[in-house]
Write a protein that binds this ligand. Structure first.
Ligand SMILES: [Zn+2]
Length: 320
């Protein structure tokens, strides 16, 4: 596949699974275009035009020609300079790598990472939290994440990729949208009664089963095995963890159990205080569920997938 075609296909897969729906995403893209057209001078010159067609600031080609032909991709949850060297060593041993794909944003895909968090307000609104409250509690958290990322050495990995002439792409939220929808649909179809049942039902998904064998499978973080789940909500997209205040709002909106990839200690304490049950599905396994949805599309089109750095590769074409 052509590198640009892989990137565009991944973005489309992300929009297809976006919790806001395709029409709402298109409205956001239209607004961005309108803003762009009104820009002048340096503001227009410095604008990242990828935003006009890709609503996910955390997914970009950071290095490589659009026309690069990709036959084999080395895919990892986290890609650093070490994985770029790994790719070169694999090549030395006779395995040609045409592209390195990271899930967690690297390079360009990390600069405005916090922008993708806005979808969390829409997810909260769908749960019945008023949108004004959702946007209000999310706003400061987005700024906090932005401040935290500001001094980072985003282009270190891109500089290494450039020196070794190794194309590099990151696909984050499009994959997380797919994990979010896939796991929610699976839980909705199975209606587990207790927290213990949720863990068992999650392990019907091969990525979670394999993760459990590695000791990194689904776990109950808040609540007991026998506790009844109530309304189960999956929170697996929106960049990173949301504001602490969303816990109390979710309970008020009728949520009994959240299924997350990970949770901060501060939010864990808040969940305990408000009697919100929390299941940690597992970070690497959940990221793998999302990435596999996109990797399947690449594989169907003839690209060989070489997993590394935490990816638990399961091809849905062979399991379903
Ligand atoms: Zn992740």
């Amino acid at each position: 596949m052509r590198l640009r075609d892989m990137y565009e296909l991944a973005v489309q897969k992300g929009i297809d699974a976006d919790p806001r729906g395709r029409a709402a995403v298109q409205r956001l893209l239209d607004k961005t275009r309108k803003k762009y057209e009104e820009l002048k001078g340096d503001d227009k010159d410095e604008f990242d035009v990828e935003q006009l067609t890709n609503p996910y600031s955390d997914s970009r080609i950071s290095f490589g020609d659009d026309d690069t032909e990709v036959n084999r991709v080395l895919v990892g949850v986290d890609i650093d300079v070490s994985e770029i060297l790994l790719a070169k060593e694999l090549e030395r041993q006779g395995t040609k790598i045409d592209l390195i794909l990271s899930h967690h944003p690297a390079g360009k895909a990390r600069v405005r990472f916090e922008d993708v968090m806005k979808v969390q307000a829409d997810i909260m609104a769908q749960l019945g939290i008023p949108i004004n409250v959702a946007e209000g509690i999310l706003g400061e958290r987005i700024k906090e994440v932005g401040r935290h990322l500001m001094p980072a050495n985003h282009f270190r990995v891109v500089d290494a990729a450039r020196l070794l002439n190794m194309p590099l792409m990151s696909i984050h939220t499009p994959a997380d949208n797919n994990a979010h929808q896939f796991v929610q649909k699976h839980l909705d179809a199975k209606s587990p009664e207790t927290l213990e049942d949720i863990v068992a039902v999650l392990k019907e998904i091969p990525e979670y089963k394999q993760a459990a064998k590695l000791g990194i499978g689904p776990k109950i973080l808040v609540g007991s095995k026998e506790a009844r789940a109530g309304k189960i909500v999956v929170m697996m997209t929106g960049g990173t963890g949301g504001p602490t205040e969303d816990i109390a709002e979710m309970v008020k909106a009728g949520v009994g159990t959240v299924v997350e990839m990970h949770l901060s200690d501060e939010k864990k304490k808040e969940a305990e205080k408000h009697h919100l049950n929390v299941i940690i599905a597992g970070h690497m396994a959940s990221d793998s569920v999302g990435m596999n949805a996109i990797l399947d599309e690449f594989e169907k089109r003839g690209v060989e997938i070489l997993p590394c750095s935490g990816i638990i590769r399961v091809s849905r074409a062979t399991v379903c």
